[in-house]
Design a protein. Structure first.
Length: 229
């Protein structure tokens, strides 16, 4: 099983080819370009380079995975359009991967338990947050483009410790005002290997759509407190 992973949700433009096997996920080739802009011009040449380095062709790809947001308006449109176009042309499924879910995967690798809190700034003073149980991956809280002040009550009952990752981690730590909150990495975007890994595990292959995390998109997302135990 070969998965072509694409991430253009933020400043980074990344492409990877990964294979699923008995030993887990194997990264065959990857390319990262912290360009900030110009994703549309870079994406397809990078994809061709990755395939060439792996000694594979477009026809060898079994599925495509692409980050769907939250992220930049233009970047998300570029990645999602490319993924849907490739899936249609090659007659293969495409999976949309949440940016926060891919960020959380990196922190979950090191977390011994508790809750992984992935967060990103929304660029307008708000915050995108996804909190999931580190043990089973169950999503406990997911809010997009919200006032950071809402986090304290929402995470009050989340299993401890809280492991923070993402560009808004320091803000989250200050709001929660808890001692010894581990911040795994202050990242703006996920590692492409986690997008590939989630793509290989994906079960939902509805056509990917951008999740911008602003306006009506933010209001329609899950916004719930962790149930009391």
């Amino acid at each position: 099983m070969l998965c072509l992973a694409i991430d253009t949700a933020g400043r980074n433009c990344a492409v990877a080819l990964a294979a699923a096997g008995a030993g887990g996920v194997e990264m065959l080739a990857r390319s990262d370009d912290l360009a900030g802009r110009g994703h549309a011009e870079r994406l397809i040449p990078m994809t061709k380079t990755v395939l060439a380095e792996a000694g594979r062709h477009f026809g060898d790809i079994d599925r495509v995975a692409v980050t769907v947001g939250p992220g930049s308006f233009t970047g998300l449109r570029v990645g999602v359009a490319a993924a849907r176009g490739l899936a249609l042309a090659l007659d293969i499924p495409a999976a949309g991967i949440g940016t926060l879910a891919a960020l959380a995967r990196e922190a979950a690798e090191d977390a011994g338990g508790g809750t992984v809190v992935a967060s990103l700034h929304d660029g307008r003073g708000g915050i995108h947050v996804r909190a999931a149980d580190a043990a089973n991956g169950a999503v406990l809280v997911e809010v997009l483009g919200q006032n950071p002040a809402i986090l304290s009550p929402l995470l009050a009952e989340a299993p401890r410790p809280l492991v923070l990752i993402g560009s808004a981690s320091q803000m989250v730590a200050e709001i929660l005002a808890e001692r010894d909150l581990p911040v795994t990495r202050d990242l703006e975007f996920p590692d492409i290997r986690h997008v590939a890994s989630l793509g290989l595990e994906a079960k939902d292959f509805s056509p990917p759509s951008p999740l911008y995390g602003r306006g009506a998109d933010a209001a329609s997302q899950t916004h719930k407190a962790v149930p009391r135990r």
